[in-house]
Design a protein around this ligand. Structure first.
Ligand code: OSB
Ligand code: MG
Length: 395
């Protein structure tokens, strides 16, 4: 399969010039999760993050962005420490006083740090223009409700897993994602499928397997899974193209898709059939829109992935999930799945009738950061930072 170039399209995804960027403040935070999400590479009870507060001169419009890096280089090579370093020593000095983000383009890598400042800028521009963030995407037919599912971490037992699945189904989630790893896979998946023959369910391996595990994947092929997410190496596309033709179940790529070109290559060589789009993994909303345009035009099923975002990051996810090319349920659950309370005054709830979350329509991000809770989350971060090395944490 060949797909046409989107180079010509991509220019329109850049924001026009804004008022000069006056001030960028970093807020490193730590937030207790309602429930830790254990994956093949672990899971923390206290989620770190960095909220970026960006203010434009003139109107004084403020936008917020969220960095989804973790304490350790597990899911991604980035950490809260590297993100603080790159944001404070390179990205912020490069953009203050400027009327666009062009001067961070020539810095390589660090997509999660990049997304944090880039999405704060988009949110500030939306605020200044008096429109909801999603309206800046310049795409007609945006949805009012985003289809969502829920991600279930590795549990101590199959019985415990069945209990969590039941709870989530009762809450109204109509797509269940189950984390798998070596030694925790087919038996658990079979038990869930047996208990619920008709639910929409999928597995996420977070790179825990190799081509030697082909027999295992063939067994999973009998379970009518919606997809298997990132079975092989985090930086691999080629080996996935050897696995996909041997399976009926579609492979979805998460970790190994860093930009639109990776997605195009993966689809062209048959490494998978579905793309998970995480704005933090691809370095921001601009790259997300390019990736969305590619999938939409090529007819590749797409959904928005999650990184346990607070209400700030979740609002940007929802704006993306409203795009017409997002055709499968996204990993964007209700606020009470993650934080209680969240950092934003507004909470997102699940619409039980159709397993959706309503896309915000208020100006800018559509949520407001609660100053008092932000202060608490910043204090919690400093508490942890004192007790372990996090790199040059300078804010
Ligand atoms: O692989 O999708 C993943 C969370 C942290 C790191 C990696 C992943 C996840 C999730 C979270 O699955 C899903 C969510 O935010 O609801
Ligand atoms: Mg994943």
């Amino acid at each position: 399969m060949t797909t046409k170039s989107i180079t010509a399209l991509s220019k329109s995804f850049m924001l026009p010039h804004s008022e000069p960027i006056e001030r960028v403040v970093l807020h490193p935070i730590a937030m207790p999760l309602v429930e830790a999400l254990v994956t093949s590479f672990g899971g923390d009870a206290l989620r770190p993050g960095i909220l970026v507060e960006l203010q434009l001169g003139g109107s004084g419009a403020v936008g917020w962005g969220e960095c989804v890096a973790s304490w350790t280089p597990g899911y991604s090579y980035e950490t809260i420490g590297t993100a603080m370093h790159v944001l404070s020593d390179f990205f912020i000095p490069a953009v203050v006083g400027k009327t666009n983000l062009n001067d961070i383009q020539h810095f390589r890598g660090h997509p999660m740090a990049r997304m944090a400042i880039e999405s704060a800028y988009w949110a500030a521009v939306a605020q200044q223009q008096g429109v909801p963030l999603g309206d800046l995407f310049g795409q007609a037919n945006r949805k009012e409700r985003a289809l969502v599912g829920v991600s279930i971490g590795i549990q101590p037992s199959i019985d415990a897993t069945l209990g969590v699945v039941e709870k989530r189904l009762n809450e109204g989630y109509q797509r269940i994602k189950l984390k798998i790893k070596q030694g925790w896979n087919i038996d658990m998946l079979r038990a869930v499928r047996q208990a619920y023959p008709h639910i929409s369910m999928m597995a996420d391996a977070n790179s825990a397997f190799s081509l030697d595990d082909i027999a295992l994947f063939k067994q999973m092929d009998d379970l009518n899974l919606l997809m298997i997410e990132q079975p092989l190496d985090h930086d691999d596309i080629y080996q996935h193209s050897k696995l996909q033709p041997q399976l009926r179940t579609p492979i979805c790529l998460d970790e190994s898709i860093r930009n639109v070109d990776d997605a195009r290559m993966a689809i062209e060589i048959g490494a998978g059939k579905i793309i998970n789009l995480k704005p933090g993994r691809v370095g921001g909303l601009t790259e997300s829109l390019k990736l969305h345009a590619f999938c939409y035009e090529a007819g590749v099923p797409l959904w928005i992935g999650g990184m346990l975002e607070t209400g700030v990051g979740r609002s940007a996810q929802l704006a993306l999930a409203s795009l017409p090319g997002v055709t499968l349920p996204s990993d964007i659950s209700a606020t009470d799945r993650y934080y209680n309370p969240d950092l934003t005054n507004e909470v997102y709830v699940l619409n039980r009738d159709d397993s959706t979350i309503t896309v915000p329509t208020a100006v800018g991000l559509g949520v407001n950061v609660n100053a008092e809770r932000l202060k608490e989350a910043e204090a919690a971060f400093q508490q942890v930072a004192k007790s372990q090395f996090l790199g040059p944490v300078t804010a």
